[in-house]
Design a protein around this ligand. Structure first.
Ligand SMILES: C[S@@+](CC[C@H](N)C(=O)[O-])C[C@H]1O[C@@H](n2cnc3c(N)ncnc32)[C@H](O)[C@@H]1O
Length: 368
C-alpha cells in the first residue's frame, strides 16, 4: 500500500501538488493506453489484415464527449478521495513493478489474439480443464484472450489489459462503487465494523476488494469467482503478509455458496455483460438472497444504450473488436427491472464514463 505517502509533509501540506501528480498520472495512463492501442492496431492491419475488426471511426463531437466524460470521472475520483471516502493514496495504487514486468508479454501474446479473432475461434481454451465444472457460456475466450479465464498467464495480464482498454480509467471507474457501498452500510452503523461482511461477486483478480479494503480496513471481505487462476492472482495481490485475509472462494454467482441473509454488502463489477440474459437475473436474485435485510447491493458494469445514447457507436464497436458474445444483449437489457424483480428497493443509478453503477437495498421486511 502507498499509505506511507500520506505521512510525507509535502503530501499533507500541498494537496495541490498531489492533485497535480494524480492528474499527471491519469494523463500519462490515458496517453499510454491510446498509444498502445494505436500501435497495436496498425501492427494488426499490417501483419494480420484478415482479423482487423470493422469498427466505426470515433470522430468530432463523440470524441469531445468522451474526453469530457473522462474528465468528469477524474474530477469525481479526486473529490471523493478528498472527502475521505477512500484514502488519496488509493489513487496511486497499482502493482506498477509487476505491470512493467508483464507488459512485454501483452505484445508477445498479440499474434495469438489476432489469430483467434481472424479464425473466429472463440472456444480455444486449455484441453486439460474439466468442462463439467463450468456453465457452457463460460467456456469461451472472452475478449479473445489466451486461455479464456483458465490460466495463470491470462490472470497475470488481465488487470493491465483492462487498464489499457479503458485508457487508464478502469480503477477510477471501479472506485465509483465505494461511496454507495459506504452509504448503504450506514444501515448497520450501530454494529462493530469488523462484524460486517462484504461479498464481491465475480471478483476476478480482486481489484475491487483491494479498493474496499483500503477504504474500510476492518470489514470482513469475501470474493467469489469461477476462475481458480484469477483467484490465485487475487490472493497474491490481496493477502499480503500483515494484512487481514480476504476469503476467496471458487464458485458460480448463479448459485452462491452462502447462507441467506449472511452479508451486509454485496458488490459485483463487470460481470453482467459477460452473462446470457437469464443468468443475469439469477445472479441478481442470488445477491438479493445472501444479503441481510437492510443490506446494500452495488452493481457496476458497462453503460447502456438508454442511459448513454451519445456513446452508442462506442457500445456498438466494443463487441466487434473483442469477443463479447452477450454484450449486445446486455446494453439493451433493463437492469433496474431485474433489480426490482428480485425485490430490491431504493434503486439508484449513475454513469461514470464507460461504467454504470446501480445501488439497491434489500427491504427490511424481506426475510428470504
Ligand atoms: C470481466 S471480469 C471482471 C472481474 C472483476 N470484477 C473486475 O472488476 O475486473 C469477469 C469475471 O467474472 C467471472 N465470472 C464469469 N461468470 C461467472 C459466474 N457465473 N460465476 C462467478 N464468476 C464468473 C470471470 O471468471 C471473471 O473473473
Amino acid at each position: 500500500m502507498l499509505k506511507w505517502l500520506e505521512t510525507l509533509p509535502w503530501f499533507m501540506a500541498a494537496p495541490s501538488i498531489t492533485k497535480l501528480a494524480y492528474k499527471t498520472l491519469q494523463g500519462s495512463k490515458n496517453l499510454a493506453g491510446l498509444a498502445h492501442k494505436g500501435i497495436s492496431t496498425k501492427l494488426m492491419e499490417f501483419l494480420a489484415p484478415g482479423g482487423t475488426p470493422e469498427v466505426s471511426p470515433l470522430q468530432g463531437e463523440l470524441l469531445h464527449d468522451l474526453k469530457k466524460s473522462m474528465e468528469e470521472l477524474e474530477k469525481v475520483d479526486w473529490q471523493e478521495a478528498e472527502q475521505g471516502i477512500y484514502p488519496i493514496s488509493q489513487l496511486f495504487e497499482a502493482p506498477w513493478i509487476e505491470w512493467a514486468r508483464r507488459y512485454p508479454l501483452i505484445w508477445l501474446d498479440l499474434p495469438f489474439t489476432w489469430d483467434r479473432r481472424r479464425k473466429r475461434n472463440t472456444r480455444d481454451i486449455p484441453n486439460k480443464i474439466n468442462r463439467q465444472k463450468y456453465p457452457d457460456y463460460y467456456l469461451q475466450n472472452f475478449h479473445h484472450q489466451t486461455d479464456g479465464y483458465f490460466s495463470d498467464f491470462s490472470a497475470g495480464l488481465y488487470d493491465l489489459q483492462v487498464e489499457i482498454l479503458f485508457n487508464g480509467t478502469a480503477d477510477s471507474m471501479r472506485r465509483r462503487i465505494i461511496s454507495p457501498l459506504k452509504k448503504g452500510l450506514k444501515n448497520f452503523q450501530d454494529r462493530n465494523q469488523s462484524t460486517l461482511r462484504i461479498l464481491d461477486v465475480a471478483t476476478g483478480t480482486g481489484r475491487t476488494l483491494k479498493q474496499i479494503r483500503s477504504s474500510m480496513s476492518d470489514v470482513e471481505l469475501i470474493g467469489i469467482d469461477l476462475s481458480a487462476a484469477y483467484l490465485r492472482q487475487a490472493s497474491r495481490y490481496l493477502n499480503k503478509r500483515g494484512s487481514d485475509i480476504a476469503q476467496l472462494i471458487r464458485g458460480n454467482a448463479e448459485n452462491l455458496p452462502f447462507k441467506s441473509n449472511s452479508m451486509q454488502g454485496v458488490t459485483c463489477v463487470y460481470l453482467l455483460h459477460e452473462l446470457p440474459k437469464g443468468s443475469r437475473q439469477k445472479v441478481i436474485n442470488e445477491c438479493m438472497r445472501v444479503l441481510e435485510p437492510g443490506g446494500i447491493f452495488v452493481l457496476a458494469d458497462s453503460i447502456q444504450k438508454e442511459d448513454s445514447p451519445k456513446f452508442e457507436t462506442v457500445l456498438e464497436n466494443f463487441p466487434k473488436a473483442f469477443h463479447e458474445p452477450y454484450y449486445n444483449d446486455y446494453v439493451s437489457d433493463n437492469i433496474e427491472e431485474k433489480l426490482s424483480n428480485s425485490g430490491f428497493i431504493s434503486i439508484e443509478a449513475n454513469s461514470h464514463f464507460m461504467t454504470r453503477v446501480w445501488s439497491a437495498i434489500k427491504p427490511i421486511e424481506n426475510k428470504t
